[in-house]
Design a protein around this ligand. Structure first.
Ligand SMILES: [Zn+2]
Length: 379
């Protein structure tokens, strides 16, 4: 059991109140009290304190049948700004994260081949935004060490290993997190429909396959901070993987694999791997080669989903990233086949597309995390 001092307990309560307002904009004091279990006088005290600091504000009224109208509360978006990054395998996005957890894209660039060049480009971009909070949250396509400062291993990023990312940023603290974990966090906090579920497997379909595993409402990181590397389940005897093995799930089913299969016979229009995959999904019905390639991709995707359901027995599997572009007819097959093939006890598992696009989902996760970390420092 953890024991907190009074001051720590107050900070924790304040963060609970602040996060309730952040993720449910427009809540009233009574609603916060119900949701957090804190008594109404404590909520009022904490709300007033944060109002005085201009972290939150009141706007509008929620009418009540009992005649006691309550003021709605919101987090002050401009209270802090920070830089967040979705470092992708081929393409990266820079955003400005606001105190309410929302984010705006400010720059994009093709990810350079080496860490030196990549972080040189990134630090140069970051220096263009003065007045930001000295913390950068970066989503990475790989695993990070326990300090969240080092990129431990990213097979798809030219096998980058043990990269001390913070050393590249002079005045900023760096916090790295696995991209699929951030995507899972984004879906959980932004989509009530998903967030109400306790056991979730989030599958980030990109150049590789990443996983975010939520158990009993908490992100599962494992003993070595490397849980969720679902793309490296060995499932076949074919397909060399960037991790060094043969037959990993992602070596047989990523979007890059899919695009490459198609482009062995015909070029696909599009500047990025993402655009090409989206084209492939769009022409599925009328282009026999697209149908053949995507049907094979779908079959392999289903094999992995069934394995994950059999191991973890989740309430819901969310297929996100580029997976949100799969045609509806294809997605219906994924749902019905998963249910048909899983263990009889797991037949009621839901399989759904993510609610956020590939471009939004990881950056949204970095922003949510960034705003929560900054709150911890400022409340
Ligand atoms: Zn692998």
């Amino acid at each position: 059991m953890e024991v907190y001092s009074l001051k720590q307990a107050k900070t924790i309560n304040k963060l609970r109140v602040l996060n309730t307002i952040r993720f449910e904009p427009g809540v009233t004091r009574n609603m916060i009290s119900e949701k957090t279990g804190l008594d109404p006088s404590t909520v009022t005290k904490l709300v007033n304190e944060m109002k005085r600091k201009r972290m939150i504000y009141e706007k509008g009224i929620l009418p009540s049948k009992l005649g006691r109208h309550s003021k709605r509360l919101y987090v002050n978006r401009d209270f802090s700004k920070a830089i967040v990054v979705d470092l992708g395998v081929t393409h990266s996005i820079v955003g400005i994260s606001f105190f309410d957890g929302t984010v705006e894209v400010v720059d994009e660039f093709d990810t350079p081949d080496t860490p030196e060049e990549c972080f040189r480009v990134l630090t140069e971009k970051v220096s263009r935004f003065p007045g930001v909070f000295p913390l950068i949250v970066i989503g990475v396509p790989g695993s990070v060490d326990k300090t969240h400062k080092k990129l431990a291993f990213a097979p798809n990023l030219n096998r980058w290993r043990d990269i001390d990312v913070e050393k590249y940023f002079k005045v900023f603290e760096v916090y790295l997190e696995n991209d699929a974990n951030l995507a899972a966090l984004a879906e959980m906090m932004r989509n009530k429909h998903f967030g109400d579920r306790k056991n979730i497997v989030y599958i980030l379909v990109r150049e590789g396959i990443g996983g975010g595993i939520i158990i009993e409402g908490k992100l599962y990181k494992g003993s070595f901070n490397a849980a969720g590397e679902i793309g490296h389940m060995k499932m076949y005897d074919r397909g060399p993987c960037f991790c060094g093995r043969v037959g990993c799930w992602e070596a047989n089913t990523s979007i890059s694999h899919c695009v490459r299969q198609y482009e062995k016979k015909k070029p696909l229009p599009g500047n990025t791997m993402y655009e090409k995959f989206e084209t492939l999904c769009r022409i599925y019905e009328e282009d026999p080669l697209a149908k053949e390639v995507l049907d094979e991709f779908t079959g392999i995707l289903i094999d992995g989903i069934v394995n994950l359901v059999n191991i973890l027995s989740p309430e819901i599997v969310i297929v996100g990233g580029e997976g949100v572009f799969l045609p509806e007819s294809v997605f219906e097959v994924i749902v019905s086949e998963t249910r048909r093939q899983v263990h009889p006890m797991d037949k009621e598992v839901s399989v759904e597309k993510g609610s956020l696009s590939n471009k939004e989902v990881v950056l949204e996760g970095t922003s949510i995390l960034s705003s929560m970390m900054i709150s911890e420092r400022l409340v």
